[in-house]
Design a protein around this ligand. Structure first.
Ligand code: HAM
Length: 396
């Protein structure tokens, strides 16, 4: 579905490599946790420093610099990423993302269009509780004046900051704004806001992005503390917040502009923007919002053989050959345990073979709970009649 949404907007697929030269990822910013603490980097047999990708933007931009496709270049991707994180629900060391990148366009309409692709995708999945938060980090010089102001502001009241935020302040004052610690909340709430540092161009660009979102009737909240975890962002940043997970990992997706990254990776000055959506967190959100409903029946019948298992082997084979999806239990389990497995399988019928059935060439057909109304009357029929009977009663 993601491919459908983005391909209808002119994006082509790119498959970036799973690992790259470490230097490619160092451009994500040496003040970011993703680079300093979370990268799986190692030396290969040729003595090169390489790293598993912690995200895909850097690899896509590296490929752009190397191959110089025509501008504007619109690429989408899907695949796993690796970050050495403290694993918990919604935060994994290997996780999947789908995302897009567009290179070569500075137009704020594109920012609105890119955001709308993610928004439409969530909508098409049936998610209704995902919220969009947006911000602008201004031009690089706005951002660096803001960082200086934050450093001064937080340094004036160091004792009021949590020890963790004091450490963050040394490395990256912007990230202190991300603190979810209660102790930091009053100071963070009263901190200087980035919008006071925008140049006229940056303010104008952001206003036009918001106007674009208004035109598309996409609801958003402007959150001045949204700084994101990667250093390459300039101007527009955004995040999609789900309702299912704790606040420290409730972002189901995020992105923004990175107008300096192509140059950082050795290419010509080229604007860029994109997003990545966390597949794992999006699925958790889907579960929480109940958008997928009950799973489709994977099989139609479940064979319960309490005579040793050889009958189940041949019967499932015959059923499948006749086009009837079937499954069974293994290892000679008890009748009770096999019936539990039958119930879990979602099958319409359990086909039971006990000693009596085996001796008389019959099978017992038992409707399973929730499949055929409340009528759970079972019947024993000759085995030769089983397949024709199932073909009559099962939906084709
Ligand atoms: P990110 O915010 O680091 O941005 O990751 C995007 C999304 O990936 C997050 O919102 C989250 O849903 C998911 N994610 C991140 N880390 C984990 C994890 N450890 N476990 C599970 N899910 C996770 C980027 O990666 C940027 N490359 C996005 C971008 C593209 N910006 C511009 N273009």
């Amino acid at each position: 579905m993601f491919a459908e949404v983005v391909e209808s907007a002119g994006f082509g697929q790119i498959i970036p490599p799973m690992f790259e030269d470490l230097g490619v990822f160092l451009r994500l910013g040496e003040a970011t946790d993703i680079v300093t603490k979370e990268m799986y980097d190692f030396e290969d047999k040729g003595g090169r420093r390489v790293a598993l990708r912690p995200e895909m933007t850097a690899g896509v931009v590296r490929a752009f610099v190397q191959h110089r496709p025509l501008l504007p270049w619109k690429a989408w991707y899907a695949g796993p990423n690796f970050r050495y994180e403290k694993a918990q629900q919604g935060r994994y060391r290997q996780f999947d993302q789908v995302g897009v990148e567009v290179l070569g366009v500075d137009d704020p309409h594109l920012d609105a269009e890119v955001i709308s692709l993610a928004w439409d995708f969530y909508g098409r999945l049936g998610l209704r509780q995902v919220r969009l938060v947006v911000n602008s980090l201004g031009e690089p010089q706005d951002r660096s004046r803001y960082v200086d102001a934050l450093r001064v502001y937080f340094s004036q009241d160091l004792a009021a900051l949590s020890p963790e935020s004091r450490q963050t302040l040394e490395r990256n004052p912007l990230r202190v704004l991300d603190s979810k610690r209660e102790q930091d909340a009053p100071l963070v709430a009263a901190a200087p806001v980035i919008s006071d540092f925008y140049s006229a161009d940056a303010a104008e660009h952001f206003a036009r992005v918001l106007a674009g979102l208004d035109h598309l009737a996409i609801p958003y909240e402007v959150r001045p503390s949204l700084v994101r975890g990667l250093d390459y962002y300039r101007k527009t940043t955004f995040e999609f917040i789900g309702a299912a997970l704790e606040s420290s990992q409730n972002a189901v997706g995020g992105g923004g502009r990175y107008d300096g990254l192509v140059e950082d990776l050795g290419g010509p000055s080229t604007p860029g923007i994109g997003f990545a959506l966390g597949v794992d967190r999006t699925l958790l959100e889907c579960d929480a919002e109940g958008v997928f409903g009950a799973p489709a029946n994977p099989v139609s019948v479940f064979v319960v053989d309490v005579t040793g298992g050889a009958e189940a082997l041949t019967l499932t084979h015959d059923l499948r050959a006749a086009g009837i999806a079937s499954d069974r239990a293994y290892e000679g389990r008890s009748m009770k345990s096999q019936m539990k497995a039958a119930d879990r399988s979602g099958a319409t019928f359990a086909i039971i073979i006990g000693g009596d059935e085996l001796a008389s060439g019959a099978v017992t057909v038992r409707p399973l709970a929730g499949q055929v109304g409340d009528d759970r009357t079972q019947s024993t029929i000759p085995r030769t009649e089983l397949i024709p009977m199932l073909k009559r009663v099962l939906p084709s």
